[in-house]
Design a protein around this ligand. Sequence first.
Ligand code: GUN
Length: 290
Amino acid sequence: MLVLDGKIAAAAVKATLLEQTQALKAAGKRMPHLAAILVGNNGASETYVASKVKNCEETGFGSSLYRMEADVEEAVLLAKIAELNQDPNCDGILVQLPLPKHIKESNIIEAIDPAKDVDGFHPVNVGRLVQGLNTFIPATPYGIILMLEHFNIETKGKNAVVIGRSNIVGRPMSILLSSNIAQGNCTVTICHSHTKNLKEICLGADMIVAALGVPNFLTGDMIKPGAVIVDVGITRVEDATAKKGFRIKGDVHYEEACAKASAITPVPGGVGLMTIAGLLKNTMKAYQGL
Ligand code: GUN
């Protein structure tokens, strides 16, 4: 069984990006720059954004982090986005989700210039993804594709099941896996909370992408021998014996899945690291021009 190690695949992506930024530096050029906006103090969001900023540094990218209070008015956030849209030194804009309830997420996403939308969440970019046009692929599905590519996982003609239909992961993942791209050409089934016979559907899958946010949801009895298992879950589960008081749990029962799968992504150390690789690649793409 092959462990699809995110550290290895992400390091390869980052090494290529570092070469590119070093070449830019040698040529006296401006560095790619990511602006991240963090509203409130959700612990998981703080960790993700800190990691995005750190990874920018490691690959020679510039970054700015703008923090706003949880009760910030939507208009203030929109004004910051408008300013960044106009800033020629800012290539990519990322507003960490989720946002506090009083802010309408779609207003924020639609305010970002599609050419700086490195999350690939703007409807223009989602439309381009659906039509197979050049676009920013949302970072997590992009990272998964990069991971499959790195480990030469063949997907053509395979039955893929995606569990979860979020705009951030499940929906774009299903589109990519069904697209005519190197790590696509699957027959895709997208499952969600109203799906009947989920176990039977999963047992017919050559690849399962679990992206529903329920720890240990996918158990061994739902997995066909030899299937490829991609675990997108990163739920914090309280654990008094852990140093931070919690542990990160995936959507897949790892030990049971290992007994069935031909390849599996671990949690932590799998898809999460690839999300950042996808984001950095998108930021470089924004810098170069879509
Ligand atoms: N929240 C969880 N995943 C993501 C992501 O990929 N981008 C943003 N902006 N917020 C998130």
